[in-house]
Design a protein around this ligand. Structure first.
Ligand code: ADP
Ligand code: MG
Length: 699
C-alpha cells in the first residue's frame, strides 16, 4: 500500500464524504430550481412532498444511482422485528425488441407494496389484508448500498398496513417528532421568538460492540444462534485491570475501524469517535449528532456495516447486550436534545437571562416528563438481551432517575425555594432576571452510573441496549416531553391571557414542577444497594424484567397519552405489546433449546470422557494398591457436576415443554453453573468450546 500523506488523506475524506447519498448537493446539481426548492422545503419543514415534482425527482435519482453502478432499487424500512428490511427490484423494463430500458417511475419512488404477511403485526393486520405499503420518507435521503459486485439504490421508507396502521418503527418516530415540534412551536410563541425553522430533536447515539475472531465464533453454537454465550467460565483476568478502556487500539481492530469509518462517511454518516471500551474486546463508535430521524437511520446502517466489515476482517461483531456473562455488557447511549423554532438548542444553558429561561423551561419539561413516565422509558428499552444489564447488578439499573450534577441541582433547588415575588438578595434565582452561573461541561459528565444524565447541552439516556433500534426510546422521549410541554404551555398561555408577568408565571410553573418531581433527581451512585432502597422509598418504579416493564404499553393512561399526541393508536400500541412479548418468549425459548443442545451434545460428552478416564485410573490405582485419594475425589466431584448438568438439561426440557420462560431462565442458569464448574476441572484439551480467555483476548 502506498503511504498516504496527510494532505492526501484530507482530500480523500472530503471527496468521499457523502458520495453515495442523494443529498442536497446532488439534488441541486440534477434538479430544476423549482423542484430543488420544493424538495428542500419538504426536507426541512413539512416532510410532505409536492406530487408535481415526484416524476422529476425519480428520474434524477435513477440517473444518479445508475451512474453509481446501481442496477436495483429498494424501499428500506424498519419493521417491528428490530432490524431493517428491504426488497429489491431492478430498474429494467423490456423494450419489446428483446432488450431492456432502465426505468424508475414516480410511483416506484413514493410507494411500494411488499407482502407484509411475514412481518410481525401484533394483530394489526388481518391475513386477508396481507399487503403492506412502504412510503418514501423524504426527510432521510436515498443512498447507495455498495455490494460486492453491484449496487442498490435504497430509499428510506415508512411501512404501514392497508388502513395506514404503523407496522414499523419509523412511522411513530415521525409522528412523535411532529408532536414535539408542535409543542415547541407553542413554547416559541410564549418566549416571543421569531421562527427561523421548524423545531426538531437531535440525536447522537454512542454505540458499543464486541469483536471476536471468527474461528472462535464458528465453534460456538450459542453465539451463532443466540448472539451471546450461554456457557463460559470467567477467566482469571478480564476487566479488573481497567487497562482496556481508552487503551491503544490493536492494529487488526484499527483496520476494521478505518474501514467502518470510510464506509459510513461515504454514506454521509458523520462517524467521529472510536475507542476501546471497558471490557477486553469491547469497543465504541460515536457519530456527530444529527436530526433525530437521520441519526437513527445512520445508526441502523452503522450496525449493519459493522457486521459486514467485521466479516471481511475475519472477525465477528457482537451487538448483543450481554455476549459474555461477568464482564461489561454493551449499551447505546442516546444523546438527545431539542432545537427550537429559533434554531437554537434549548438544552444549552446559554449566557443571558432569556437563554437561561428557555433552558430551565426545557430542563423542567424533561424532569417532569421522565418522572411522570418513567414506566414508558423503561418499557422502551426492555428486551431479553437488555435484561442482563438493567435487571442485574450492572449499570444502568432498571430504576429511571436523572443526574443533574451538583451545580445544576443547586440551581434547581434555588428555583424551588425562591419566592417569585420577593427577590431575596443572593442565592435565589429570578427567572428572566438572573444569569445562572456557567456550567463547565466536564463537571456535568462525571456520573457514569446514571441512566438519564444531563451532560452539558443534552440529556443522555444510557439504558438502551446495543442491539436496539433507537427509534422506540426516542418515540417515548419525544412524546412524554411533548406532553409535559403541552401542560406547561397551557398554564403559561392562561397566565398570559390573564395579563400576568411572563417571567413570574414561568417561575411559578417551574417551581411547582421541581417541588413535585425532584424525587427523580439522583446524583449518587446508581449501582449501590442503598439507592435501590432509597428509590423504593421515593416511590420510583424498578421493573427488572421485560415482561414487567412492557406492561406500561398496556395501561389506559399510556394509551390515552399516545392517542392524544397522535403517535400511536390504541391498536397500534397494543400490537407493540403483543409483538415484544412474543419476541421475548421466543428468545428465551430458543436460548433454552440451544443451551440444552450444547450441554447434552458437547459438554456432557466431554465430561463423560474425563469421568471415564478418572474411573479407569482409580481402578488401576486400586489394583496396583497405591493411594489415589486425589483421583477418587476428582471422580466424585466430576460425577456430581455431571449429575447437576444432566438435571439442568432435564429441567430445561420440562420448562420448554411447559412454555414457561421464568423456569427456562432458572434452568439455564442452573445448567450453566454446573457446566462452568466443569470447565474449571475438565482437561482443557477435552473442553469442546472456545473459552472466554480465548475469545476476549485473542482477536
Ligand atoms: P460525552 O463525552 O459527554 O459523552 P460527547 O461530546 O463526546 O459527550 O458527545 C457524545 C455524543 O453526544 C456525540 O454523539 C455527540 O455528537 C452527541 N451530542 C452532542 N451534543 C448534542 C446535542 N445537542 N444533541 C444530541 N446529541 C448531542
Ligand atoms: Mg456518553
Amino acid at each position: 500500500m502506498p503511504k498516504k500523506t496527510a494532505k492526501k488523506v484530507v482530500s480523500t475524506v472530503e471527496a468521499i464524504y457523502g458520495q453515495d447519498v442523494f443529498n442536497l448537493k446532488v439534488m441541486k446539481e440534477c434538479l430544476s430550481k423549482k423542484a430543488f426548492d420544493s424538495l428542500s422545503k419538504t426536507i426541512n419543514e413539512s416532510g410532505v412532498i409536492d406530487p408535481a415534482i415526484v416524476e422529476e425527482v425519480a428520474n434524477a435519482m435513477k440517473d444518479w444511482a445508475i451512474s453509481k453502478g446501481a442496477t436495483h432499487f429498494c424501499h428500506w424500512f424498519q419493521p417491528l422485528t428490530g432490524s431493517t428490511a428491504e426488497k429489491h427490484d431492478s430498474f429494467i423494463s423490456p423494450d419489446g425488441q428483446g432488450g431492456v430500458t432502465m426505468g424508475f417511475s414516480a410511483k416506484e419512488l413514493i410507494q411500494g407494496e411488499p407482502d407484509a404477511s411475514s412481518f410481525p403485526s401484533g394483530g394489526l393486520r388481518a391475513t386477508f389484508e396481507a399487503r403492506g405499503y412502504t412510503a418514501w420518507d423524504p426527510t432521510s435521503p436515498a443512498f447507495i448500498k455498495q455490494g460486492e459486485d453491484g449496487a442498490t439504490l435504497c430509499i428510506p421508507t415508512i411501512f404501514c398496513g392497508y388502513h395506514g396502521e404503523a407496522l414499523d418503527k419509523k412511522t411513530p418516530l415521525l409522528r412523535s417528532s411532529a408532536a414535539l415540534a408542535k409543542q415547541m412551536e407553542r413554547a416559541g410563541k410564549l418566549f416571543r421568538l421569531k421562527p427561523v425553522t421548524k423545531a426538531y430533536a437531535t440525536l447522537g447515539p454512542e454505540q458499543e460492540y464486541f469483536l471476536i475472531d471468527k474461528s472462535f465464533y464458528q465453534q460456538r453454537l450459542d453465539l451463532i444462534q443466540t448472539g451471546r454465550t450461554l456457557f463460559g467460565r470467567k477467566p482469571s483476568r478480564h476487566q479488573q485491570m481497567e487497562d482496556h478502556y481508552f487503551g491503544a487500539i490493536r492494529p487488526r481492530v484499527l483496520a476494521f475501524m478505518e474501514d467502518l469509518d470510510e464506509a459510513l462517511w461515504k454514506l454521509g454518516a458523520p462517524a467521529k469517535t472510536r475507542h476501546n471500551e471497558v471490557s477486553p474486546a469491547q469497543f465504541e463508535i460515536a457519530p456527530i449528532y444529527e436530526r433525530l430521524n437521520l441519526a437513527i437511520d445512520h445508526n441502523l446502517m452503522c450496525m449493519e456495516l459493522m457486521r459486514q466489515i467485521a466479516d471481511r476482517h475475519g472477525l465477528v461483531c457482537l451487538l448483543h447486550e450481554k455476549p459474555f456473562a461477568g464482564v461489561n455488557g454493551s449499551g447505546k447511549h442516546n444523546n438527545w436534545s431539542v432545537v427550537g423554532v429559533d434554531g437554537k438548542n434549548w438544552l444549552h444553558p446559554g449566557a443571558n437571562p432569556h437563554e437561561n429561561a428557555k433552558f430551565l423551561f426545557t430542563l423542567c419539561a424533561v424532569i417532569k416528563a421522565v418522572d411522570e413516565h418513567a414506566d414508558l422509558l423503561r418499557a422502551s428499552v426492555a428486551s431479553p438481551g437488555n435484561d442482563h444489564r438493567l435487571g442485574a447488578n450492572e449499570a444502568p439499573p432498571a430504576i429511571i432517575s436523572i443526574f443533574l450534577g451538583d451545580q445544576l441541582t443547586d440551581i434547581v433547588e434555588q428555583i424551588e425555594k425562591g419566592e417569585p415575588k420577593s427577590a431575596k438578595a443572593g442565592g435565589m434565582i429570578q427567572i428572566g432576571a438572573d444569569v445562572i452561573p456557567d456550567l463547565p461541561r466536564d463537571a456535568t459528565d462525571r456520573n457514569r452510573t446514571s441512566p438519564f444524565a444531563f451532560t452539558g447541552n443534552k440529556f443522555e439516556f444510557r439504558a438502551l441496549g446495543s442491539n436496539m433500534n433507537p427509534a422506540g426510546a426516542n418515540v417515548v422521549l419525544n412524546t412524554i416531553v411533548a406532553e409535559a410541554l403541552d401542560q406547561m404551555c397551557a398554564q403559561l398561555e392562561a397566565d398570559m391571557k390573564a395579563k400576568k408577568d411572563f417571567n413570574k408565571s414561568l417561575q411559578s410553573v417551574l417551581q411547582a414542577i421541581i417541588k413535585k418531581h425532584k424525587r427523580v433527581i439522583f446524583n449518587g451512585d446508581n449501582y449501590t444497594q442503598e439507592w435501590h432502597q432509597e428509590a423504593e422509598r421515593r416511590g420510583l418504579p424498578n421493573k427488572k424484567t421485560t415482561p414487567e416493564a412492557l406492561k406500561a404499553y398496556e395501561t389506559e393512561e399510556n394509551v390515552r397519552l399516545f392517542e392524544k399526541h397522535a403517535v400511536l393508536s390504541k391498536k397500534e400500541l397494543l400490537s407493540r405489546y403483543e409483538i415484544y412479548m412474543h419476541n421475548y418468549k421466543s428468545v428465551i425459548s430458543y436460548e433454552a433449546e440451544c443451551a440444552r443442545t450444547i450441554a447434552a451434545t458437547q459438554i456432557l460428552p466431554a465430561a463423560f470422557q474425563y469421568q471415564m478416564s478418572l474411573a479407569d485410573a482409580v481402578k488401576s490405582f486400586d489394583a496396583a494398591g497405591v493411594s489415589n485419594k486425589t483421583a477418587k475425589a476428582s471422580l466424585v466431584e466430576v460425577s456430581a457436576l455431571i449429575d447437576d448438568l444432566a438435571a439442568g438439561v432435564k429441567a430445561i426440557d420440562a420448562a420448554v415443554e411447559a412454555h414457561d420462560s421464568l423456569k427456562m431462565k432458572k434452568a439455564m442458569l442452573d445448567a450453566r453453573a454446573a457446566a462452568d464448574a466443569l470447565e474449571g476441572i475438565v482437561p482443557a484439551d477435552l473442553w469442546p468450546l472456545p473459552t472466554y480467555a480465548e475469545m476476549l483476548f485473542l482477536y
